[in-house]
Ligand binder design. Structure first.
Ligand code: GLU
Length: 298
């Protein structure tokens, strides 16, 4: 694993990291556009990374469709696109570092066992620590968890402000490798952001509460923590986040200029009405020049 210290005044490097479980919907366009504009208005590099780690839920068709849609919207990655499904050995190395330093331990608990004995945290049951000091005799462990500690993890988000989380009590020791053999998002995202030298993360606020887990992993792996900006989340008329589960529809590949302008308006920008009739590259150039990150008051 590469270890990083963040030199001051380094070049801005940001990214958009979609999970290809379905086509690009308006919520993912907003995240892609927000991260792109923040990077480009800071003369930065912007990357696309495909987070197809949970292979059974992802599809090659969705990967192609997302990449094609981003292209149509003028959002081109500045460097080669990496796919998480091809990087398992890198995540294995990071897990080994955690194992060697006793930061990770094997866990044999089933979901039901955890649900039966756990207190409720911010994302469901908090792991009660059953396997923290070793797995019970006769049981097989396949999953790996990371130890959390009593300290509070805090950071300042460029939009959401001061965020703090008592990781041990609000989340608990969390999974980094699942019982089915797949690495967890939390580990992969941290390893890849460090590998790609990402120093600014701009993404949807649905991931805000995952951030302290990622900062905890940065500390355990000796990696620099990037700065964070969590954008407002697009919801449907029932107030649910747009996603495959909530049956979000794909964004249009034809009505591109108008859709881009709508995404800009969602992000609190004020595109002139006439911009809707402009070409994609002209709209993006206007948006880069006028980008002001949204505030909570938008
Ligand atoms: N792949 C994640 C998602 O689509 C986003 C990861 C990230 O931006 O950190 O929800």
């Amino acid at each position: 694993m590469k270890k990083k210290l963040s030199p001051p005044n380094q070049l801005y490097r940001g990214r958009f990291a979609p999970s290809p479980t379905g086509p690009l919907h308006f919520g993912s366009l907003v995240a892609a556009l927000g991260s792109y504009l923040d990077a480009k208005s800071n003369n930065g590099i912007w990357l696309v990374r495909v987070e197809d780690l949970d292979t059974p839920r992802c599809s090659a068709v969705a990967v192609d469709d997302i990449l094609r849609t981003l292209d149509i919207y003028g959002l081109h990655s500045d460097e080669a696109i990496i796919l998480q499904s091809q990087r398992t050995s890198i995540y294995e190395e990071a897990l080994q570092v955690l194992q060697l330093n006793q930061h990770a331990y094997p866990c044999c608990c089933t979901r039901k066992e955890i649900a039966d004995s756990a207190l409720l945290g911010i994302e469901g049951p908090v792991y009660p620590g059953t396997c923290r000091n070793g797995i019970p005799a006769g049981r097989d462990a396949k999953a790996w968890r990371v130890r959390t500690h009593q300290n509070v993890i805090a950071f300042t988000d460029a939009i959401q402000g001061h965020i703090s989380q008592d990781l041990e009590h609000e989340v608990g020791d969390f999974i980094v490798k699942r019982a089915d053999g797949y690495f967890a998002y939390q580990l992969a995202v941290v390893v890849d952001d460090a590998y790609q030298d990402i120093n600014h993360i701009v993404r949807g606020a649905d991931l805000l509460l995952s951030t302290p887990r990622q900062i905890h992993l940065h500390k355990l792996l000796g990696l620099a923590t990037p700065s964070y900006m969590h954008l407002p989340v697009v919801t449907n008329s029932q107030g649910e986040k747009l996603s495959k589960q909530t049956l979000a529809t794909a964004i249009s590949k034809k009505n591109v200029s108008a859709t881009l302008c709508e995404a800009l308006i969602f992000l609190g920008q004020h595109p002139p009405v006439a911009l809707r009739t402009y070409q994609v590259n002209e709209i993006l150039a206007w948006a880069v020049a006028h980008w002001r990150p949204p505030t909570l008051l938008n």
